[in-house]
Design a protein around this ligand. Structure first.
Ligand SMILES: Nc1ncnc2c1ncn2[C@@H]1O[C@H](COP(=O)(O)OP(=O)(O)OP(=O)(O)O)[C@@H](O)[C@H]1O
Length: 293
């Protein structure tokens, strides 16, 4: 199956400032992918490169097997500020979408507008932030793109609207076979809807992969204080902290860790994301540790 998104050493600089550095990814099609990372990590930059709004400074990016082209009907993009036309009504947005997009799914658009309770006669400039987000998503989804790119789509939504929005996304992915890449700071939401995750920190991909695989291969180890330079082959130290007597590590390991000198606990996705985010600035910094125990 074609990949939804491939990048190879993708780099984007604004003047001397790097927004994305040597980013290498291969995201299979047909997944809901969460893109997470601290403010300024490069998430919006990656999404804008993927929809052809920006050109790379170096490296390669392919979307659905081709170079990104701005305005492609195969790719839908909802920017962070959920752009809508303030002077146009909700119904005008749908009419305009139908006029501009040969693959427009009018039934899907009208169904979603009714589901989320938007008044077709309401001017978009008078909608709340959350309602604008719903309208922008509806317009993007009704284009029936193969890939939908969403930049922090739920940031403005209340918890109930957020749940409905995410439910809608999962239905789009399941019914229409759409690939979705969505940035968010709300990892618990991503854990509910995403089956793939990309963690970007300081312009670099810190980890990317299948959510179940990430959950199965990351462990928290707690034990007596010790040197962490020799954790064993195939184990990568993601984060570490120490007291005088105790060491606490987050480790990625493909093989189960069976060692009575460690208490080994499972992590949820938020723990894993936080470990990568703080590990990047700590002295552990994701070193791959080699050598036998
Ligand atoms: N147009 C621009 N000109 C100059 N620098 C920019 C521009 N856009 C982004 N940057 C810089 O690139 C880096 C990455 O920004 P980006 O918006 O991609 O981050 P982000 O992960 O989406 O952040 P947030 O979570 O705050 O939305 C930041 O240091 C930002 O200041």
């Amino acid at each position: 199956m074609t990949s939804a998104l491939i990048t190879d050493c993708l780099t984007k600089r604004y003047g001397r400032r790097s927004a994305l550095k040597d980013c290498t990814l291969d995201i299979p099609a047909g997944h809901v992918v969460g893109l997470v990372g601290p403010n300024g990590a490069g998430k919006s930059t990656l999404l804008q490169l993927a929809c052809g709004l920006l050109d790379p400074t170096a490296g390669r990016i392919e979307v659905l097997g081709a170079q990104p082209v701005s305005g492609s009907p195969r790719v839908g993009f909802v920017a962070q500020d959920t752009p809508v036309y303030a002077g146009l009504t909700v119904a005008d947005h749908l009419r305009m979408g139908a006029h501009l997009n040969p693959s427009w799914d009018g039934a899907l658009a009208e169904r979603r507008i009714a589901q989320v309770g938007l008044d077709p006669a309401q001017k978009a400039g008078k909608l709340s932030g959350g309602q604008r987000a719903q309208l922008a998503l509806t317009v993007a989804a009704a284009k029936r793109p193969n890939l939908l790119l969403l930049d922090e789509p739920v940031a403005a939504l209340d918890p109930l609207a957020r749940r409905n929005f995410l439910q809608g996304l999962m239905e789009l992915a399941a019914e229409q076979g759409m690939s979705i890449v969505m940035s968010s700071h709300l990892v618990a939401d991503l854990e509910r809807v995403c089956d793939h995750l990309i963690v970007l920190v300081a312009s670099r991909v810190r980890v990317a992969g299948d959510v179940d695989d990430l959950l199965a291969t990351h462990h928290r180890l707690v034990g007596r204080r010790r040197d962490t330079t020799d954790l064993g082959a195939g184990r990568a130290l993601v984060e570490q902290s120490h007291t005088e007597v105790q060491s606490t590590l987050v480790v990625r390991s493909t093989a189960p860790i069976v060692d009575p000198s460690w208490q080994v606990d499972r992590l949820d996705l938020e723990d894993i994301v936080l470990a990568y985010m703080s590990g990047a600035t700590g002295d552990g910094a994701g070193r791959v540790l080699e050598g036998q125990r």
